[in-house]
Ligand binder design. Sequence first.
Ligand code: GLN
Length: 204
Amino acid sequence: SLNVGVLSIQGDVEENLLSTKTALDELGLDGKVYDVKTPEEISQLDGLIIPGGESTTIGQLSFVNGSLKVIKEKIENGMPVLGICAGMIMLSNSASDRIMGKTDQPLLNILDIKLERNSFGRQKESFEADISLDSINIPKFNGVFIRAPSVSDVGSGVDVLSKFNERIVAIKKDNVIGTAFHPELTPDTSLHKYFINLVKSFKN
Ligand code: GLN
């Protein structure tokens, strides 16, 4: 049985629990979904979703309770992770804000990417757009962008999965996926299913 966790420090936790459950059912896989917070809970997982929210808050609180370190070790040992929006920011090794510039915030330092927070503007400039992730066989996906980051540069080995308006909005490197948009806010579970299949192959 697969143990999939959603980091429940702050942000879009409930929606991701639901999308993950639905995706597991649709795939007919035996799995459980947990909201996780502590290093002990995280150490039991086969896969982790870091949800969207506020990356500074998620970073600081997970640093203080020791889970940031455990998450990093698990990912480095091959555990699949899906970082959504703030979650993708957490995966990076460098974040700057469109207005505030370089921000000093705890990050996982997993992916060599340059990333701009709030790249598409403020909350009221949130939008939805059709995007495609052809290389992972998702030709059409409804991208929900909420104070979303974009990736301005990727280091070697990081694949670009999707671009919108010339900006990189989804990336993958081995067991690590990041999206600037929120797949848990659409009924289409194809990205969650793709992630769960990664978790399954890691477990096997
Ligand atoms: N703007 C947020 C941040 O910089 C991310 C927004 C989101 O996760 N929807 O952390």
